[in-house]
Write a protein that binds this ligand. Structure first.
Ligand code: ZN
Length: 301
């Protein structure tokens, strides 16, 4: 018998069909740590090349930005996120299933991207007025000269913030803050993406992920976690499909669409924020291996 949700009517005790239990496929999914042949050329090669391109554009934009303020740091965060996301996705496209190696690719991309951004920025700043300054590539090739030039600029100030041009220590603090934002955002997003997804080691493909494929009523998180860790899915029958808007449990499903050999479910608790803007998402159960029967049952709900 296929387990089904039970229509829960107040005051009525109904028989509760049990979900399949005790499947051999159990335990949490984690990356195998293996990397496909293309993960290095894509993650480290194409990833870093894309960071150099993005860094060059970022430097050009920053040098031409008429105002420096909050927007500067927003752009820095977006560029950092760009370095991280592009490199991590390329690494994953090359079948990289190692969070550590993926994160190293992301860190290298962010560092090289930011270094390129400095050279790109200097190439514009040094060519102001009628002077024609060195090209970005000439600056890139000479890190010592580049640092000496930056030190020189720091003494007089480079940009104007609310009418004053910060220089010296203040300028170095702002530049350091910018670097921390760029590299921090790259690592936060990139490492998150590199650690994400479910890979089918049986046939060598990423699984198809369906976020929020099933929405259930809210339920005690510990109870849900402990039941699912025991591969006892009858608890989902008791909780029932989401009856009204508000707090809920979101089931994300992953399965290998190629060989149907890998199946997993993750659970997140959703609760609307008190100010009405958006939803808080709390991970209850990270991707847990499930049997093909449970997977098919969940996808039929
Ligand atoms: Zn497969």
């Amino acid at each position: 018998m296929q387990p089904q949700f039970v229509n829960q009517q107040p005051g009525m005790i109904q028989p509760q069909p049990q979900g399949p239990t005790g499947s051999p496929a159990s335990g949490y999914y984690s990356h195998s740590g293996k990397i496909g042949a293309l993960a290095i050329p894509l993650g480290f090669g194409a990833g870093i090349a894309s960071a150099i391109l993005l860094g060059a554009i970022y430097g050009q934009v920053m040098a031409r930005l008429p105002v420096v303020g909050k927007i500067t740091f927003v752009i820095a965060a977006l560029v950092g996120a760009g370095y991280g996301a592009i490199t991590a996705m390329l690494f994953r496209a090359g079948h990289g299933r190692s969070t550590a190696v993926g994160s190293i690719a992301v860190l290298l991309s962010a560092l090289i991207g930011h270094y390129t951004a400095w050279a790109s920025w200097l190439s514009v700043v040094l060519s102001r007025g009628n002077e024609s300054g060195p090209s970005m590539f000439a600056i890139l090739a000479d890190p010592g000269e580049m640092f000496a030039t930056i030190s020189g600029i720091s003494e007089t100030g480079a940009w104007s913030v609310s009418g004053s041009a910060p220089s010296g220590t203040m300028l170095w603090v702002l530049w350091s803050l910018e670097a921390v934002i760029v590299i921090g955002c790259a690592l936060a997003l990139g490492a998150g993406l590199a650690s994400g997804g479910v890979y089918c080691e049986r046939c060598g493909n990423w699984c198809k992920e369906e976020e929020g494929r099933v929405m259930l009523n809210p339920a005690p998180k510990d109870m849900v976690k402990q039941s699912l860790e025991r591969q006892d899915f009858s608890v989902l029958n008791h909780i029932g499909p989401l009856a009204q808007p508000g707090p809920s449990l979101r089931l994300d499903l992953a399965h290998c669409a190629k060989c149907e050999g890998t199946h997993a479910v993750a659970v997140n608790a959703l609760s609307p924020k008190s100010d009405g803007n958006g939803t808080d998402v709390e991970l209850v159960v990270s991707y847990l291996h499930i049997s093909p029967e449970v997977s098919r049952w969940l996808r039929s709900l």
